[in-house]
Design a protein around this ligand. Sequence first.
Ligand code: ADP
Length: 328
Amino acid sequence: MDKKKISKIGVLTSGGDSPGMNAAIRAVVRTGNYYGLEVFGIVRGYSGMLDNDIRRLHNRDVANIIQRGGTFLKTARCKEFYEPEGRAIAYENLKRHGIDGLVIIGGDGSFKGAQKFSAEYDIPCIGLPGTIDKDIAGSDVTIGFDTAVNTAVEAIDKIRDTMDAHDRLFIVEVMGRDAGYIALHSGIATGAENILIPETETDIEALITSLTEKERRKKLVNLVVVAEGDKFGGAEEIAKIIRQRIPTADTRVCILGHIQRGGSPTCSDRLIASHMGYYAVESLLVGRNNVMVGVVNNKMHYTPLGKAVKEKQKIGQEWMKIVKILAS
Ligand code: ADP
């Protein structure tokens, strides 16, 4: 570890937002100030670095935000940051403020950007996994996942009431472009008959057979939870096939969409975000660079940013077996 004295740090939220980002910013700001650092908020992710939209944050600036979804620093996607010229402008702006350490709260795209930036310039970067999808290796938890999955569970419970009243077959689509964690957790927690995720090949024939068999047994209330990134397609595609093959079933679709990103973070997400935010500052102070702060087996864990984005968390086959057994 290259231990260089850090005195001014920047914090930004980048890419897709997730509930708990505010709690993480608050923790970074207050821990930084506790250690006598000057903390700067960078507005709209990497765009703020390019536009020099950077402002000093004091403890009072982050009061009353721990319970809020979204991110008060705003987030954005920034095309220019993909190019070396864009990153050079970002560096110049950071230097203008004397910023010598960065905390990036975001997902795998944001970490790819941070990895490049920290390789090119002498500003250490620490990543915090802010993503509802839990699609990052090196942490058992990510900021926002617990809130998103609880939002999905609450919504699906409501759908279950009405589908039960009408004996309907519902296909509910939840978020997760590359990762099926929201589908898996919310599906198990709501008693879904089938859960379709990007990590496993969807066997549409097996799905039709299982639903047909349930029709025959007069188990008419059937719930299928599908992740938006399932290779076979989303809820609409699945419903189209089911309607053709089981025309007697009253098949409906519900796409939960962006409600999964919003809302007040759960207690668990606030704790994770606070803990990680604190450790992000500690990491900069002890000279860490180019790593993501994560939690593995309830302990803080540091993973090189490159590894965090390259390797996804794996969903164990045992879970899929459990889904089958419990849905019978
Ligand atoms: P997320 O962090 O939620 O995965 P994105 O994939 O949209 O979100 O990434 C957020 C931002 O990170 C992008 O808009 C871009 O500015 C930066 N970024 C993403 N990938 C790269 C990359 N390969 N090189 C440089 N910057 C990147």
